[in-house]
Ligand binder design. Structure first.
Ligand code: GDP
Ligand code: IMO
Ligand code: MG
Length: 429
């Protein structure tokens, strides 16, 4: 019965991949339920580094890994990623991998549009990953998407292609681009169809069977709550709902299946792309956090913006996503700092706020109220038990959980799978 839903509680890159990989050996199935190959999840196992964008992180332990209907799937990116992982010795078969046949596809025209819009947006640029995520979700909601199941019926695609092209050709003309080459698109889809179809299935049905057998399901979120299209720092967000509630709709199980909601929280804050970031440090300290934490994007290689821990944001994310407990990651990055700083509230126009307001202008204007704590002399890097942590680091963790009003279930102290402290087993809840 005990399932676990892993979500990012900040702006992504909190270390979800590492934690999902660690938990995967205790799960019977891992399911991705939203996002696409804009995600970049890094797993370190011994001397091997795996970078996953579309495949669930359970694939590395060989756990049944499923891509749910809530994901937008670029079939060519999928093939490339499977081939890359197979090259690293990971086995991906019809036994351990499946794709929901009702997943919408990301097509080359989506990537084109993502790029064209970003180029044209001037100061309104979102700083997307350029993977076509937004346009693909728009077509899903606009009822123009081509889905995985359509790959088995390419000869009947006429009316759908008409609908898709009517929309995109008009947009493309506005950008001075040629209309979509329909023949080429169908040809490309015909080329990739057999590869995708070998894994396609009604994932909801597979999950129903798995659950009936009493198996434990691990739902793997991508991005983070502050990138959620409703609850995040709109419009500087991604185009899916990243909150825990999506685990149900994006996989085909009811909301009672999501179980323990594990929010992944970095011990400081980072963000890639544009948008407000109250605790951002554009100084040597920010530089130092970025260097110590190797804060470069997995997908685009972009430098991540860095800042102190923002308890206001994480408290908000935990509330919105119904977080049961958090995994606090990258604590080791704070080793060696004389003092560590936490944002406990905001000032806006003479008022004190205990939440991030909804308006982008207000979000950009809030000034953090900080609390400073003594740092720790010893190291937390590689710690695997509470007893290995310096007393001052424990105080930091305790202050974090107090401020975010949510308990700590796990602490991560290095990129390596086993460098993880278990405080409370999320599967045992
Ligand atoms: P995700 O998108 O949430 O899966 O996170 P990313 O993989 O994009 O970024 C997290 C980075 O931090 C990766 O390079 C991980 O290997 C690394 N990482 C994860 N946990 C820890 C940790 O506890 N300490 C350190 N130093 N690095 C970590
Ligand atoms: P993981 O799963 C961090 C950000 C982009 C951009 C915004 C919109 O690795 O945590 P999109 O391409 O989704 O339309 O871009 O969202 N973004 C991420 N930032 N981690 C991610 O995934 C992200 N996926 C998207 O940088 O600001
Ligand atoms: Mg990432």
């Amino acid at each position: 019965m005990a399932n676990v839903t892993v979500i990012g509680a900040q702006w992504g890159d909190e270390g979800k991949g590492k934690i999902v990989d660690w938990l995967a050996s205790r799960a019977d199935a891992v399911v991705r339920f939203q996002g696409g190959h804009n995600a970049g999840h890094t797993l370190v196992v011994g001397d091997k580094v795996y970078k996953l964008s579309l495949l669930p992180s359970g694939i590395v332990t060989g756990t049944l890994s499923l891509i749910g209907n809530g994901v937008v799937l670029d079939p060519w990116a999928l093939k490339a990623e499977i081939e890359k992982l197979e090259g690293q010795g990971v086995s991906i078969t019809q036994e351990n991998f499946g794709i929901a046949d009702n997943c919408p596809l990301i097509l080359p025209l989506h990537r084109d549009l993502d790029g064209l819009r970003e180029q044209a947006a001037g100061s309104g640029k979102i700083g997307t990953t350029g993977r076509g995520i937004g346009p693909a979700y728009e077509d899903k909601v606009g009822r123009r998407a081509i889905r995985v199941c359509d790959l088995a019926h390419l000869d009947d695609l006429g009316p759908q292609i008409d609908r898709l092209c009517a929309h995109h050709d008009a947009l493309r003309a506005g950008f001075g681009q040629k209309p979509i080459d329909r023949e080429q698109l169908i040809e490309d889809l015909r080329g990739i169809a057999p590869f995708v179809l070998q894994y396609a299935q009604p994932v909801w049905k597979r999950l129903k069977k798995v659950r009936k057998a009493g198996a434990r399901v691990l739902f793997e979120g991508a991005q983070g709550v502050l990138l959620d299209v409703d609850h995040g720092t709109y419009p500087f967000v991604t185009s899916s709902n990243t909150v825990s509630g999506t685990a149900a709709s994006g996989s085909g199980l009811g909301p009672n299946a999501t179980g323990f909601v594990l929010g992944i929280v970095k011990a400081y804050t980072t963000r890639v792309g544009s948008g407000p970031f109250p605790t951002e440090l554009e100084d040597e300290t920010g530089q130092r956090l970025g260097e110590r934490g190797h804060e470069f994007g997995t997908v685009t290689g972009r430098k991540r913006r860095c800042g102190w821990f923002d308890a206001v944001l994480v408290r908000q994310s935990c509330a919105i996503s119904g977080v049961t407990g958090i995994a606090l990651t990258k604590l080791d990055v704070l080793d060696g700092f004389e003092t560590v700083t936490i944002c406990t509230g905001y000032r806006l126009g003479g008022k004190i706020l205990d939440y991030l307001p909804s308006h982008a202008g207000d979000q950009a204007k809030v000034e953090p109220i900080y609390e400073e704590m003594e740092g720790w002399k010893g190291t937390t890097a590689g710690a695997r038990s509470w007893a290995d942590l310096p007393a001052q680091a424990i105080k930091y963790i305790q202050r974090v959980q107090e401020l975010i009003e949510t308990p700590v279930a796990l602490v991560s102290t290095s990129p390596e799978r086993e460098d993880t402290i278990l405080v409370r087993d999320p599967f045992m809840d």
